[in-house]
Structure formats: C-alpha cells, structure tokens
Ligand binder design. Structure first.
Ligand code: SPD
Length: 363
C-alpha cells in the first residue's frame, strides 16, 4: 500500500517536472524542449504502473502521455474522431481487433522490431482473434464476472441472477456497463440460457428485452462502466456490479476493498485478452514499437502484472509474479475455464445489427 502511494507521488512529481520542462517553467532551452518526442498512450484506467512509465521515459528519452478510457467503445469512438493520429498506442480487447483493423483504425505491427516477442506464452503467439498477432500484441488477460459486497448481499447465488432477477436484489442500487454492450447482452444471454457468447439475432433481441425490463427496476442506478462502477461498490453506493477480476484484485491488494467478493457466474463469463496496437496514423510508430517491446520484457511484464493484478501473457515474467496472481481468481483452473468463453468478433452487417439492438436496449 505504502509502496503504491509512494509510486503515485513519484509519478505525479515526474509528470509535474516534465510539464514544467515542456511548458517553459524551467531554464531548459526552447530547442531542447521541442526535441523531446512524445508517445501518446491511450489505455484503460489503472492499467499501467507509473514507475514503468518513468522507466520507459528514461529508456526512450521521450515523454509518455497517458490518457485513459473505460470501454472499447469509448476508445474506438475517440479514434474515429481523429484519435488515430492523436494517439500512438491503444489497448483494445481481443474481440474488437478485427473490427478496428476492418475500419482502418490500427496498422499491422512490425514484428522485426520486437526482440522480446518470444517471451510470450505460446498460445498468445498465434491467437485465433488475430492470427500471427498481425495487428495486436497481448498486454494482459483476465475475466469478467460479478463483484458484490457481502455486508449487503448475504450469500447471493453465483449467477447472473444477481443482476437480472429482481427477487435476488430487490433493493440495493445496481448499474449496468454502458460500453460496447457485449458484456451486458452476453450476460443477459447467459442468464436466459443461450450461453455467454450468443450470436443469433433472436437471442440478442431477447437479451435486449431483459435489459430494458432491468432498467425499469426502481433500484437500477444507470449505466456505468465496470472500473468506475467498482469504485461505487467500494464506497458503498452500489451493492454489486459487473467487474473485471484484476480490478477487484487490485483493490484487494491495496486494502481498499478487502471484503468484496468476485465470482464467475455459473452460466458462464468472459475471458479476454487486452492487447497493444498501433493507431493507423500514429505520429511515433517507432516509439510505439519500442514501448510494446519494453512491455514484452520479462521484468517489465512482471512489474506490470504485480501492479495492476492482471494475469500476464508473458511466460518469461511468470517466475517474478506475486504468488497471488497464480491463484484461481487470476489464473482460473480448468473447472472455471470450461465456463469461460472468448467473445467472437463482430464486423460488417452483423456488427451494425448488434449495435442497433444494444442501442435500443439502452433507450
Ligand atoms: N482497469 C483495467 C481494466 C481492463 C479491462 N479490460 C477488459 C476488457 C474486457 N472486455
């Protein structure tokens, strides 16, 4: 805990010093200021150790500017509004890579610049969501399930009914993520018995109907994405929400949510890989590759996981991981694996149809 706070203070100090340098509050000559190249990283909240950022800046003699998002849809919307030249590296989840490549938001990765690529666990070197890692390099992986506060909800069923059955949670406020809709429609599908990775139009329509009914419940508190929703469970505003395993692990580790419980519902949940990709009009493609290779380094990969509490795709990092990261919550055993599914990518007409159904569920 102390370490984390210290790291945050150090990183804020580093950012302030860098800001003063680049904004002219120091004696540094103007030419030197404009010579500092900037790598713009667009990533999920609370996903990179500030100390790693500082370490990378020292290595690349550059400045890394981090901007955060809380869903793939938020990230993609910003890229479509000019972000493909504003940001250099983005961190999309496996199931949107094809869509992003299709829409020209990201470019192929030059593997010849990634000397640390072979550190990846073999199955991550040629994943089905992006054969040959053409557009994306694995960053972290994890699961999506439910978090709840046992002081409020006593022994709730380990089921998506915690979200969708009014009898299970008649009173406590709860929310649904507002992101791209895949987790919400999939959770509703799983609850209705269609499986988490449902792909048929009538299943999506039934799931959307359930979400519409759910929204009308008096204790529905609105659409809030997973990471900010967890903060609301921590502060006691909410009793439960959809959550990512590592986010819960992170607040277990820093002591801010020790009693909160996380589970993967019996009907199934999402297993995902977040990846590093280079935007189609990146201003610093060489720095972007240097950053990706930096994260693929064994020590840096371990530091990343030990900070954000997500499982690492980096085999060489594994011996340096905190033991907790090898426990079932972060590295699910085979019995859990059988309940976890990778969401299939959606593109073209199917994606349009999904988006229309999801939009109608939210209105
Ligand atoms: N705080 C970091 C959260 C990263 C979660 N990414 C997972 C996306 C799966 N849909």
């Amino acid at each position: 805990m102390k370490d984390r706070i210290l790291k945050k203070i150090l990183s804020v100090t580093a950012v302030l010093s860098m800001t003063m340098l680049t904004q002219g509050f120091s004696a540094a000559p103007a030419e030197a200021q404009s010579n500092v190249p900037v790598l713009n990283l667009f990533t999920w909240s609370d996903y990179i150790d500030p100390a790693l950022v500082t370490k990378f800046e020292a290595q690349c003699h550059c400045k890394l500017v981090e901007t955060d998002y809380d869903s793939n849809s938020e990230m993609m919307a910003k890229l479509k509004l000019g972000g493909t030249s504003q940001y250099d590296v983005v961190v999309p989840s496996n199931f949107v890579i094809l869509e992003m490549a299709d829409e020209g938001l990201i470019q192929p990765v030059d593997h010849s610049k990634l000397s640390n690529f072979s550190n990846l666990i073999e199955r991550f070197q040629n994943p089905t969501y992006d054969p040959g890692d053409k557009y994306s390099i694995p960053y972290q992986w994890g699961t999506t399930g439910m978090v709840y506060d046992p002081a409020k909800l006593k022994n709730p069923p380990q089921s998506w009914s915690l979200l969708f059955d009014p009898a299970v949670n008649p009173n406590y406020p709860f929310v649904l993520p507002k992101g791209e809709g895949r987790n919400e429609i999939s959770a509703a599908c799983a609850y209705l018995g269609y499986g988490f990775n449902c792909m048929a139009q009538d299943q999506w329509v039934a799931a959307a109907k359930l979400i519409k009914q759910t929204r009308k419940r008096p204790n529905f508190a609105g659409f809030v994405d997973e990471t900010p929703a967890l903060s609301q469970v921590k502060t006691g505003l909410l009793a439960t929400s959809i959550a990512f395993n590592g986010d819960v692990g992170n607040c277990h580790a820093d002591g801010s949510c020790r009693t909160l419980q996380y589970f993967i519902p019996k009907e199934g949940g999402d297993i995902w890989v977040d990846t590093m990709a280079i935007t189609s009009h990146a201003k610093q493609p060489a720095l972007a590759l240097e950053f990706i290779n930096f994260i693929l380094d064994a020590k840096n990969g371990a530091q990343l996981s030990n900070f954000n509490q997500y499982a690492s795709p980096n085999a060489a990092a594994t011996p340096m991981l905190q033991p907790v990261l090898l426990t079932p919550m972060f590295s699910p055993p085979d019995t859990e694996m059988s309940r976890l599914v990778f969401l299939s990518p959606l593109t073209g007409a199917k994606l349009k149809l999904f988006n229309a159904i999801w939009t109608s569920a939210m209105q």
